[in-house]
Design a protein around this ligand. Sequence first.
Ligand code: GDP
Ligand code: MG
Length: 359
Amino acid sequence: MQNLNDIIQEAINNATRERGHLNVLIAGRTGVGKSTLINAVFQDNIAETGQGSPVTRNTREITKEGVPLTIFDTRGLEMFEFKETSSELEKLIKDRCSDRDPNRHIHVAWLCVHEDGRRVEEAEVELHEMLSKHMPLVTVITKSRSDQGFQNEVIKLLPESRNVVRVRAISEEQDDGHTLDPMNLDKLIDVTSEVIPDGKRMALAASQKANINYKKGQAHKVVATAVALAAATGAAPIPFSDAAILVPIQIGMIAKITAVFGLDITIVALTPIVTSTIGVSGSTLVGKTIVANLMKLFPGIGSVAGATISAATASAITFALGEAYIAALAELFTENPEATPSVTSIAEKLKAKMKQAGT
Ligand SMILES: Nc1nc2c(ncn2[C@@H]2O[C@H](COP(=O)(O)OP(=O)(O)O)[C@@H](O)[C@H]2O)c(=O)[nH]1
Ligand SMILES: [Mg+2]
């Protein structure tokens, strides 16, 4: 029988590997709002607080510990010096995109043009052609407040764009006293998700803070996979004493949901969440205890018929646990999108959600 710590560590390794790493290139003239957009969309104000290092004269690579994202922030792509900066950038892109490790490829580019100017420059047309040869390109119209046909013009002038999205990254006070709220940042995530490789969606869900529903959607997929696995193990009724085979599936699911929400997936962070909800301590050898505890926590769901658990019960408990965890995290993130919830608050919220589901 496996030690709980080992099961949690294995779940963390799998979740980290499956989540992978996303690389986003953000291009556009100085002042169009790239840094503001990055801070509004991604975790932890990464443009301000992240580690930046120059990779070409005009491109910075920005990362932040714990966020599975690298941003390539390009500057100086104005007409002046354009040819030179563009070919340096293309060299970097080719280099990264031919790397054997897909975690090093640049998976998507956002080309930012601002609505104030209502102009697309020749340099931007060329840049869009160059970028779209190597990766899917989404054109972002920043500082949107009044379209006046500009979006259609952008679609015409930058035809290789996979999508054109109008966004507003920060709220804006109008002269007449009312404010325009940030706009379409969630849509930008949905549109980006459509063009990146499947395997990068967990990393996108984790890295961004603008679209809680997107995190939920990716987490639901994790639950569906775990439920199918649980059902398969229970295809022949599981003798109750062997019910521990469900435990790695469920802890694996918890780790992946944690990863999708962009939370810390270290043993220190995950162990209290697992142990406080299922009521065993870290050094406990996992037996039927955990499953028995889960059955107690969800009294309404499934039952032990004689000495066995059916496939239906195995998947029902797994589903209830996964959905309770998603509901708990979604609520914490909705209440406070800027802050990372503490382990204690997560464990408490999860227990409350499990109680609701069980009654
Ligand atoms: N009103 C408004 N101002 C914005 C928006 N996005 C950026 N800005 C402002 O535009 C200026 C340039 O933004 P910045 O992010 O530094 O541009 P960058 O040079 O492309 O990184 C700053 O003063 C921002 O506050 C927006 O959505 N609405
Ligand atoms: Mg900037």
